[in-house]
Ligand binder design. Structure first.
Ligand code: FAD
Length: 501
């Protein structure tokens, strides 16, 4: 069906302004929306699913689920403001030209996507639209400190977080968030040829695995603000002390809302600073949370300056690392599948991987432990892990995912040294001392006493029998022995170190 956004002949209005939503699925603190309203023109809002662009073509299953739900919410929010969201699948540049052509618009407003590949594609679109007299006006909405600044004294990007963040904090403070807009004027257009959201088939069908996601999340701007409110009234108050404990809600769980732009980092920054200034929140908790937003900034700046971050080791020495190959080596392939399914025999790793599969999210501490286990205990290339996270996380984010995996693997910026290898038993005992987390996600071990919960293979036979745990049957034996795996990993690391010296 062809597109027809032809103007209603009854309408004598000025040409509409097109508002192009991407990963900024919100009305509050949306600079592109504000600029479009300020233009005084009636608005025509659209979201274009451009699968010629890697960002949209490669969306993981959990992300597709989130996107459907978030667009659904945005449609409802826009409808409350008297606007319709025009949906269309296809190459964004071509569609924008068609929409502009048929509606008489000559200006398109959008917020920048910070990823370098997306920015390059946008530049191309802007160039080709300009040839037709159409302006693409871009705004910054995704980051607190949009790149390229800050750079170090030699004009190079920072590779160490603490120095990067100090430099950010020395920049002017991010301005306060824009308020929710009033009721904009809607462009009066026919919408022949628009897609229906359901036709995009973003939701899983047979089998529908999305029940856990459905129970855990409320995608959309309102869901994001409810999530922030719950955090401010609860976990924010002990954030600096408890954020590493996975067994209770100790962090904000705002990451998917931030990724999809349902809430802005500026809104979070100012919510924290205001709460701290009024005494409602201890400033050490507010500043710790803001520093975590800083890690998000750092990851995006790294991707901006090193566009191959998702695919190449930042430290090229790791190109020679002797990874075990799950595609060629059968036991390694089986170990990768055991990791993905939460059946490694290490309860803290399995709990995390099951949380991920069930809810599309995993606590940060456990992401580090599970990732370290894949890269160091199983010696599987971090890119296999990043790909699995990409498919299963609702907050799957090129910058954060790639930078974090490289950080864990030891080949990234400011990385944990490769020789620092997490012991999954000690990590479990330290951060899940009362066993709440493992008992929730690995219920077949729930009857074990705390002492044995994180290393069931070391429990005496009668304790296992008393808890109805049958190793190798109801719960797997460890896929590798940690101490031995650690020795192998260190030997492989020593080999690339020697080669470089
Ligand atoms: P909070 O503790 O409440 O932090 C607030 C916000 O700060 C987060 O929402 C997030 O946007 C940001 N943040 C916190 N920690 C980090 C961090 N270490 N790096 C970057 N930003 C951070 N985060 C993603 O958003 N998408 C990913 O794809 C992703 N992949 C990861 C892969 C691995 C191997 C690891 C170790 C971490 C990954 N992270 C990723 C970072 C981090 O685990 C999540 O951002 C965090 O767990 C989200 O939970 P939260 O919103 O409750 O965090």
């Amino acid at each position: 069906m062809t597109l027809n956004l032809g103007r209603d002949p009854q309408v004598t209005d000025s040409n509409p302004a097109i508002l192009w939503f991407r990963r900024d699925l919100r009305l509050g603190d949306n600079p592109a929306l504000q600029a479009a309203i300020d233009s005084g023109r009636p608005l025509l809002a659209c979201f274009l699913l451009d699968e010629t662009r890697d960002e949209w073509r490669s969306l993981g299953g959990a992300a597709r689920w989130w996107l459907h739900r978030s667009l659904d919410a945005l449609q409802a929010d826009l409808a409350r403001h008297g606007l319709t969201l025009f949906l269309k699948r296809g190459p964004a540049g071509d569609l924008l030209r068609e929409i502009a052509g048929s509606s008489g618009a000559d200006r398109i407003y959008c917020n920048r996507l910070p990823e370098p590949a997306e920015a390059a594609a946008d530049r191309e679109i802007a160039r080709s639209l300009a040839a037709d007299g159409i302006t693409l006006e871009q705004h910054d909405a995704a980051l607190l400190f949009p790149p390229p600044q800050p750079l170090n004294g030699s004009g190079a990007p920072y590779k160490v977080f603490s120095a990067f963040w100090r430099a950010c904090l020395a920049l002017p403070e991010p301005s306060g968030p824009l308020p929710l807009p009033g009721r904009p004027r809607a462009a009066a257009c026919s919408r022949t040829g628009a897609d229906r959201l359901a036709d995009w088939k973003l939701l899983p069908t047979a089998p529908d695995w999305s029940g856990g996601l459905q129970a855990a999340w409320s995608p959309g701007e309102q869901g994001a603000h409810r999530c922030l409110e719950a955090f401010m009234e609860g976990a924010a108050r002990t954030y600096a002390a408890d954020r590493d404990l996975p067994g209770k809600t100790t962090t904000s769980r705002l990451s998917p809302h931030l990724h999809w732009g349902e809430i802005s980092p500026r809104a979070l920054w100012h919510a924290m600073r205001t709460a701290a200034a009024s005494g409602a929140l201890g400033s050490r908790h507010a500043e710790k949370f803001i520093a975590e937003l800083g890690w998000r900034e750092f990851s995006h700046h790294l991707l901006y300056h090193y566009p191959t971050l998702p695919t190449h080791n930042m430290n090229p020495r790791f190109d020679a690392f002797a990874w075990a190959d799950p595609d060629r080596d059968r036991p390694t392939g089986a170990a990768l599948r055991a990791w993905q399914r939460g059946r490694t025999g290490y309860p803290i790793v399995d709990a995390g991987m099951r949380e991920l599969w069930h809810s599309g999210w995993m606590h940060n501490r456990i992401r580090m432990v599970a990732a370290s286990f894949l890269v160091k205990d199983l010696r599987i290339d971090w890119r296999h892990g990043a790909a699995w996270f990409w498919d299963t996380l609702v907050d799957a984010d090129r910058a954060n995912n790639s930078a974090s995996w490289q950080w864990v693997a030891g080949c990234g910026a400011d990385a944990a040294p490769f020789f620092r290898i997490f012991n999954p038993v000690l990590q479990g005992r330290k951060f899940d001392a009362d066993g709440d987390y493992v008992r929730h996600w690995v219920p077949e071990l729930a009857g074990l006493p705390d002492r044995h919960l994180h290393a069931p293979w070391q429990a005496p036979a009668e304790i296992l029998a008393g808890a109805d745990v049958r190793l190798g049957d109801s719960y797997p034996r460890p896929v590798v022995e940690h101490a031995e795996a650690r020795r192998h990993a260190l030997a492989a690391f020593a080999a690339i170190k020697e080669a470089a010296e």
